[in-house]
Design a protein around this ligand. Sequence first.
Ligand code: ZN
Ligand code: ZN
Length: 361
Amino acid sequence: MNGRLAALVGPKQIEIREYPLPSVEKGALLTRVLRSNLCGSELHIWRWAHPLIKNAVMGHEMVAQVVSLGQGVESDYAGNPIKAGDRVVAPYFLTCLKCGPCSRGDLNMCQNAYRWWSQKPENPPHFTGTFATHYYIQPGQFFYKVPEELPSSIVAGANCGLSQVIFGLEKAGLSSGENLVIQGAGGLGLYATAVAKEKGAIVTVVDGIPSRLELAKEFGADHTIDLKSLSWDALKEKVLHITETKGADVVLEVSGAPAAFPEGIELLRTCGRLVSIGNVSVDKAFEVPLAPGWITRKSITIIGVVRYNPWYLLKALEFLKRTFKKLNYEKLTDKTFSLDQIQEALEQAENRTVTRAVIIP
Ligand SMILES: [Zn+2]
Ligand SMILES: [Zn+2]
């Protein structure tokens, strides 16, 4: 039997290809993709701008159904029994448990993270990305069974944005009653709003698009600030007012705008914590002026967060289970495409006529 996948063969060039489904080795799983989300980082890959991923199978956010299990696979990584037909999610990256970062507990920084992620389509087991009919979960790759009550429509984003913001806010030690300022009300910002509200924080969301700020309110934001309607001084004033002149205890940068970083430092109270997630580019074009003295004088902590420790995906599923009845996660995705329409989905995401596309193979 064959499966199909979306291969990136050149800058913004997609080919739908067919390959035989791989036989499942010991410790692995073959799954059928139910839904996959089109995340911002896929656009980066599609433009041929990713340093490592080129000529690759695309897609990384997904929920899938188990087709067959390799020898020895009897339970997920939380000990739940697993069988064909069960729905599962998996971190999109590998954690080898043997490299330097893995052995000191920083599994999110595994040196082999990319080893099986979005590989060349012709290389077996072929199905290493989620814009495909099937996805191969490697031996040693964490995966979790999806709780029965969770609809697939809200689960596909769990293995990326949701797990990462839960990880980031825990690293910052955000606690009840603290003031959090979130820079950016895209998918990450909205997930973070919901997560921070459950922790009992006072949440202020800053963005330049009014409809996104409306959504932030629906996800529980106490305050929203339209950055386009205010001068920088007026915005700072507003944050000082909300935080009773202290400044934010924690700032979470999920906007991807380089200027948000020095601005976030300005919005923090002394000894506050800044979590940097959105800014990922290290090109010259993304440099911003900053006097490092501010970090010293305010004695703040900067916390950079890439990926997450894989068990945070289990926390993400548990979080969705607790909150999905009161929060409309369906609003985080807005248009559905088939696998054959993938080029169209990427183009619409690029020119922002769609916010978060869903691919149903
Ligand atoms: Zn993603
Ligand atoms: Zn490792």
